[in-house]
Write a protein that binds this ligand. Structure first.
Ligand SMILES: CC(C)(COP(=O)(O)OP(=O)(O)OC[C@H]1O[C@@H](n2cnc3c(N)ncnc32)[C@H](O)[C@@H]1OP(=O)(O)O)[C@@H](O)C(=O)NCCC(=O)NCCS
Length: 323
């Protein structure tokens, strides 16, 4: 993972700003979620626009020519159009010649997309892959549902994955060391939109059983991280940082507590952008790199959960092996 970038739309809303059109308060949102701000796309701004901005930053930070990218995967739940894949628009806007497709696992999308990318790279099909998480959640929020609408925001994050010839033993402990992904469709109704193309020809709005999702999140985020650690022969104390899905500060803290990881090692940016779904991990990662917390060679844990329910974790040693 040699380059990371992100993008947040210009329009930024505080909790107080929301009180103008939702019956809520800064106190409630802060106490229940830790969220203070979220960004929303402007009327003509789309998921692919955000994805392209994040991708350009990631490519710049990887110090590679964009022409080297040979695969583009976009994790999104809020595509520009029902079809084709948003990734093909990203490809066009970036001017890159590479197969491009979307992965849809809602808030867990980025971890799922990493898993797909790693497998395709391991099979020697691709060498320089762009994995993007991008979502315009504001487009599917029901502002009459105050419990859910105040939690989400828009944004994009991207990473460049590069394959290196394994000439150095160091590389066995570098890059994406393990990935685990899970789904349980029995929990489909806990977090979903109330519409869909083949259901009622609409995109629908988000509906969530917040309390239920909260409980599943703590269990499943913790267990999948433990599974990923075990697969990579690591233990929690070896992680330099945990970069969790940024949905809710209470979930982040409860999982950290359950995993017994020092809270100083847990990246939290949810306060500044709310739940940006598939964008949340690469967005938080980019902010932590910009803040000079996460550095080249650090061992990281990623973990995410979302509608499906779908969830997963990854263990990654980030950066360039030969700096
Ligand atoms: C959504 C969530 C913050 C709600 O917190 P909660 O403590 O379960 O809150 P409840 O739904 O029980 O509501 C508690 C009270 O606050 C009120 N309330 C709900 N939303 C409110 C808002 N935006 N502003 C003010 N009051 C609100 C409710 O009406 C209720 O009032 P009552 O007790 O008088 O009936 C919490 O369940 C949660 O974090 N869930 C996980 C959600 C998540 O992050 N999902 C994404 C995973 S990808």
């Amino acid at each position: 993972m040699t380059g990371v970038g992100s993008y947040l739309p210009k329009n930024k809303y505080s909790n107080d700003d929301l009180t103008k059109f939702v019956d809520t308060s800064d106190e409630w949102v802060t106490k229940r979620s830790g969220i203070k701000f979220r960004h929303f796309v402007s009327k003509n701004e789309t998921t692919s626009d955000m994805a392209v901005n994040a991708a350009l930053n990631a490519i710049k930070n990887a110090y590679i020519k964009k022409e080297l990218i040979d695969l583009i995967i976009v994790a999104t739940t809020t595509p520009d159009n029902t079809f084709p894949a948003t990734a093909t628009l990203v490809q066009k806007k970036l001017g890159i010649n590479a197969p491009s497709f979307d992965v849809q696992a809602v808030c867990a999308g980025f971890v799922f997309a990493l898993s797909v990318a790693k497998s395709l790279m391991k099979d020697n099909h691709f060498s320089n892959c762009l994995v993007i998480g991008a979502d315009s959640m504001s487009k599917i929020l029901d502002w009459n549902d105050r419990t859910t609408s105040v939690l989400f925001g828009d944004g994009a994050g991207a990473v460049v994955l590069q394959k290196f010839e394994n000439i150095d033993e160091k590389l066995n402990d570098w890059g994406i060391l393990s990935n685990v992904i899970h789904s349980d469709g029995n929990l489909y109704d806990l977090l979903k939109t109330n519409g869909g193309v083949s259901n009622n020809q609409s995109s629908g709005f988000i509906e969530m059983s917040g309390k239920e999702v909260f409980k599943h999140a703590i269990d499943k985020l913790s267990s999948s991280l433990e599974e990923a650690l075990s697969l990579s022969n690591k233990v929690i104390n070896q992680l330099d940082f945990l970069v969790p899905h940024q949905a809710n500060q209470r979930i982040i803290l409860a999982v950290a507590d359950k995993l017994k990881i020092n809270s100083k090692k847990v990246i939290s940016t949810v306060k500044d952008h709310g739940n940006t779904s598939a964008a949340s991990i690469p967005l938080a990662l980019d902010h932590a790199i910009s803040d000079k917390k996460i550095k080249n060679g650090n061992l990281l844990g990623f973990q995410a959960i979302g509608g499906g329910l779908s969830w997963g974790s990854s263990i990654i040693r980030i950066g360039k092996p030969h700096n």
